[in-house]
Design a protein around this ligand. Structure first.
Ligand code: G
Ligand code: G
Ligand code: MN
Ligand code: NA
Length: 252
């Protein structure tokens, strides 16, 4: 109840903010993109996990205002970094199933990209299916609009959802993000390693970009590089950083 109420109030005043986690090209060691991860330091409840408040927001339909607020905040920052540092990193934003089926939200999303003069090629949306959820008819239409605007589409948590493989043929997917579930098993479980190798092969065979998430150990990096997966995100490289820390570490 407190979470739901907080979501309806002024989010910024209430301790809502975002972090950026770098994504690295293992071939060059350079940062090639970031994932935007929401954070909420609630005045009464303290640091809340996005797992918690995103779910509440998704169920109470405040997800639209929350995500629209996030887009304003992120685009304002990117515009400033564009002027100051020539920002050119792919910027991934998570979107829930209800947003994906919402044409009004997408209209606003595209309008904001225009208004803030963001290059659409630099924007990526992450779609996930952690729970069994059905997508509406509008979903395909919204995703096709993204594609026509050169906004890229990534499947998040790949390999752990319900019907991810079907999405690959239904939706215009540009990238697969391999879930940390598989990455963590590298060096520990041969069967998981074999599944991982075949997921990498699958991505290559349909010409999808590929990124491994939750990379924490050098063994994982080595295994993935050997199997020709060279884009990484995870604590081995860096954790999600505040705007100030990201700027300090990667832009200045
Ligand atoms: O950042 P981790 O820190 O704990 O995030 C947990 C989960 O919450 C992840 O699955 C992530 O995709 C999701 N998440 C984080 N921020 C956002 C957001 O802004 N929007 C949506 N829809 N999901 C988010
Ligand atoms: O959207 P998604 O579920 O992919 O969000 C990524 C989640 O993974 C976030 O909760 C983020 O904070 C977390 N995360 C990022 N890097 C690592 C890592 O190296 N290990 C683990 N265990 N979690 C990570
Ligand atoms: Mn994600
Ligand atoms: Na994930």
């Amino acid at each position: 109840i407190k979470i739901e109420k907080g979501l309806q109030e002024d989010l910024k005043e209430n301790g809502y903010y975002f972090t950026l986690q770098p994504q690295i090209d293992g071939a060059t060691g350079k940062v090639i993109g970031v994932e935007i991860l929401s954070r909420w330091n609630h005045p009464e409840l303290g640091e809340l996990s996005p797992l918690e408040f995103i779910q509440v927001a998704e169920q109470s339909s405040t997800i639209v205002s929350l995500t629209t607020h996030l887009l304003h905040e992120v685009f304002t920052q990117l515009k400033e970094w564009q002027k100051r540092y020539g920002w050119n990193l792919k910027t991934a934003i998570n979107m829930t199933p209800s947003l994906l089926g919402n044409p009004e939200f997408f209209k606003d999303f595209f309008a904001l990209i225009d208004r803030y003069e963001i290059q659409p090629e630099l924007i990526e949306i992450e779609i996930t299916e952690q729970a069994e959820l059905t997508y509406s008819d509008c979903t395909l239409e919204n995703l096709q609009l993204c594609k026509s605007k050169c906004i890229s589409i990534a499947i998040d948590d790949f390999g752990t959802g319900f019907s991810m493989i079907a999405y690959l043929t239904q939706f215009p997917i540009n990238k697969i993000k391999l879930d940390k579930f598989f990455i963590q098993k590298i060096g520990e479980d041969k069967k998981s390693e074999a599944v991982l190798a075949s997921l990498i092969h699958l991505a290559k065979s349909i010409e999808c970009e590929l990124l491994a998430e939750g990379v924490e150990r050098v063994e994982e990096v080595d295994f993935l590089k050997e199997h020709d997966c060279i884009h990484f995100q995870g604590y081995y490289f860096d954790k999600p950083l505040t705007v100030a820390d990201f700027e300090e570490k990667y832009l200045r």
